[in-house]
Design a protein around this ligand. Structure first.
Ligand code: GLU
Length: 420
């Protein structure tokens, strides 16, 4: 088993130790059910041929078809895909969705691909993974460097292979192609709903707007920032891979989005202060640091020592590694964990999947209501368990997920029932 997965599992066991669960049901979640590894031959535009590596992991399907995104990134490897599929298992359980956890990825630098090359990779991925995908077995969605267009290519390729039209085989599709209104903003908006629901537990209650520093300005980051400003908060700094822009009075989010669209980076924003060191965002003094870029940015006690925030929201998957958990607790910085904070994305994927399965459309208002209800419900369950058992937020979030998973696993009997 890889190091990333064993570190992620340790967080689950920490939660299990505080709850009264049959040990064998927790152990059932220690290893992934299946992981398919494959190569994707990519014909580059210059005529050369490259062999890319890809994976799809179905971690656990106790609660339903496995669900989770497909990412294109050079860091993708089997251990990472399995770890992220494990996180999806916990996330879907916590959010109360009828899904298990899955994940996929290709080790490739998406920024280095032309649009046509990207289409070949997306279609090649589906050709290689098709045998484990299916609307009732394993349902992919977008993740890092994939979005609605990649899903459109993938669902088209899947239909060509199966000979059917199965829009619910993928979620995160363009609205015009069976997607759902509100899926693209859902992760960012859901992140803000989670923060609002947890304000009191984070010691940030009161009606005043919060000051927020935001790492990462991709899909989830931009929608989080928009929702935060609409709710009366101030986004005082934003970073991306090229640098950082800051303004203690609060940045004009629409103008930052426009600047990035035109110039390629948040540092193209006209106003505030800019710096080409994006990693310094974690040192910005603020109420809430929002991590919406990649995994592993707060890796250990040294990284925790640099922070000047009161709380953290993990919009990316696993931006904080387990070695930083204890130093964060000691520093009194609580974290709204990824499996809750970014659970809005897969929640609206569920709405899209239901829409595709039933053939009945959802309008934007129904989607927003569903998002709000699911985020608030999950946050409430986490708060109750925090209070009941005196747990930190991450451990309580794993605890809520585990209770659901272990109840389902034990429904077929445990050693106690079998007289073991
Ligand atoms: N990739 C997203 C996540 O990590 C969404 C998954 C989905 O919608 O299936 O939660």
């Amino acid at each position: 088993m890889g190091n990333m997965l064993s570190a992620a599992r340790a967080r689950m066991h920490r939660a299990a130790d505080k709850l009264d669960l049959a040990q064998e049901t927790v152990e059932r979640l220690d290893y992934p059910t299946e992981t398919l590894a494959f190569s994707i031959p990519l014909r580059r535009d210059d005529g050369s041929l490259e062999q890319l590596k890809g994976w799809r992991c179905r971690y656990d399907s106790t609660l339903g078809p496995t669900k989770g995104g497909i990412r294109f990134h050079p860091s993708v490897c089997e251990d990472e895909v399995q770890t992220l599929a494990f996180l999806m298992t916990m996330k879907c359980a916590l959010m109360g969705l009828p899904f298990g956890g899955g994940k996929g990825g290709v080790s490739v630098d998406a920024g280095d691909l032309s649009l046509m090359e990207k289409e070949r990779v997306a279609r090649g991925y589906v050709r290689s993974a098709a045998r484990i995908l299916s609307p009732d077995r394993d349902v992919p969605a977008p993740d890092v460097a994939t979005g609605t267009r990649e899903m459109a290519w993938m669902v088209d390729e899947y239909g060509a292979l199966t000979g059917g039209i199965e829009p619910h085989a993928f979620t995160g599709k363009p609205v015009a192609l069976g997607g759902i209104e509100g899926r693209t903003p859902a992760t960012g908006r859901g992140g803000l709903l989670a923060l609002e629901a947890m304000r009191e537990s984070l010691g940030l209650d009161g009606s005043d707007g919060l000051s927020i520093a935001l790492q990462g300005f991709g899909n989830a980051g931009t929608w989080f920032a928009r929702a935060a400003v609409d709710a009366g908060h101030r986004v005082v700094a934003i970073s991306d891979s090229s640098g950082m822009v800051s303004d203690a009075q609060g940045l004009d989010i629409d103008a930052v989005i426009e600047a990035k669209e035109k110039g390629g980076s948040v540092t193209d924003y006209d106003g505030g202060e800019t710096s080409d060191d994006g990693s310094a965002i974690v040192e910005v003094e603020c109420d809430v640091l929002v991590l919406a870029a990649l995994g592993g940015v707060i890796a250990d006690a040294d990284d925790v020592g640099k922070l000047s925030c009161k709380a953290i929201v993990e919009i990316a998957n696993r931006p904080i590694l387990s070695a930083a958990d204890e130093p964060l607790r000691e520093a009194g910085i609580d974290v709204v964990p990824d499996i809750l904070a970014n659970g809005g994305g897969v929640t609206i994927s569920h709405a899209e999947w239901v829409q595709g399965r039933t053939g009945l459309g959802w309008d934007a208002e129904e989607v927003d209501d569903y998002l709000q209800e699911k985020m608030e419900d999950a946050a409430e369950q986490v708060r109750d368990l925090m209070e009941d058992k005196g747990l930190d937020m991450r451990t309580a979030a794993y605890g809520v997920a585990l209770r659901r998973l272990c109840a389902a696993i034990s429904a077929t009997g445990t050693a106690e029932d079998f007289g073991g």
